[in-house]
Design a protein around this ligand. Sequence first.
Ligand code: 5AD
Ligand code: SF4
Length: 416
Amino acid sequence: MNLADSELVSSILIEAGHKLVSNIDEADLIIFNTCSVREHAENRVLGRIATEKFRKSINPELKIAVIGCMAQRMGKRLIDNYGVDYVVGVDQYLDFPKLIYENKGAITDPDFTQTYSGIRPYHQSKTCAYITIMRGCNNFCSYCIVPYVRGRERSLPAKLIIEEVKKCGQIGLKDITLLGQNVNSYSYQDINFPKLLRQLNGIDSIYRIRFITSHPKDLSDELIEVMAESSNICEHIHLPLQSGDNDILAAMNRNYTIEHYINIINKLRNAIPDIAITTDIMTGFPGESETAFNHTLQAMQEIQFDYAFCFKYSPRENTKAATLPDQIPEEIRLERLKRMVNLQREISRKKYEAKIGSEVEVYVESMSKKSARQVSGKTRDFKIAVLDGTEQDLGTIKKARVIASTGNTLLCYDRS
Ligand code: 5AD
Ligand code: SF4
């Protein structure tokens, strides 16, 4: 979502006459687009700001801006305490050019109706596009800062989304990822998320559609049906589990049980054979006992995710979880995180190895970073694949056979 927001802000600034440079030494303005979900991400940005400030002595005109959730959360404190020039909150990007022109400091007033509808993002990639379909979140998971910094859910007009997807397809961005904190609750007039997907699936110029993020509490049968029926919707879903323990899930305010989650997985796997399931999981939520943590490991074993983004709980200002007793000490959180990561690594390795010998369809996204004679892309089930190829292959679909796996990349042989 931050990447999509960076493209939105790039578009607003380019429209106002600014230019992107490919080398940071040429920049007169360095913009940090930030995330507040975990403290670690915020600390890294503060470190980066401190290291980039030396450039001001070389180029006295240089300005540093912070945008995104951390800008929203910290506001003017970033100017007073960290020497930043501009701070722009998540709902104020349209006024960023004015702020630069007037050389003023911070604008972070929340506007919970802002959708930026009608602004065409500046798509950085030549092959794939991220398209925001909704902003904000109403779920208030007890650990999460997002609803506080991004406000309530609002969906973008379906007509504009469909137009943007069509335009992307026409310029060669044939792999679309729809974005929202909770895409299942997309709703614009009488169009819900499955209906939107049905309409997007009919667009000829597009090869592939994905979406993130789904919430297990309201992933509907209708959505599963649409996924199963629609040839352009990839066999992949990202469905954050967060914890495998029902008491922790309740304390997290997730509004589902592990039984409900597994039931959805079964439905998905029955309807869409070979669907890849990826997830977010957290350890160290306040009150998480060793038994509760083991329930998460058991759930991971049982479900066999293709990939999991594993996090250790990070207390966030103003959230309910930060005020709960029984916060878990850092060493325990870290040690549990390691166990979780190791378990998932092993599961992912087996999942990737199981692909060896099979036929896959690779959408070629970019040149490989490792070899000038290879290209890199993804399979329909969201696995990175590398095969021989040239620039001419970018944006095309290759039928390939998997010949080896490194655990997180498939090495393929082109058979198209
Ligand atoms: N601490 C750690 N991880 C968090 N996430 C959200 N809030 C926190 C937090 N306070 C994770 C969740 C979410 C992902 C985007 O970030 O797993 O799905
Ligand atoms: Fe945060 Fe929960 Fe909303 Fe996701 S659904 S953004 S974890 S509050």
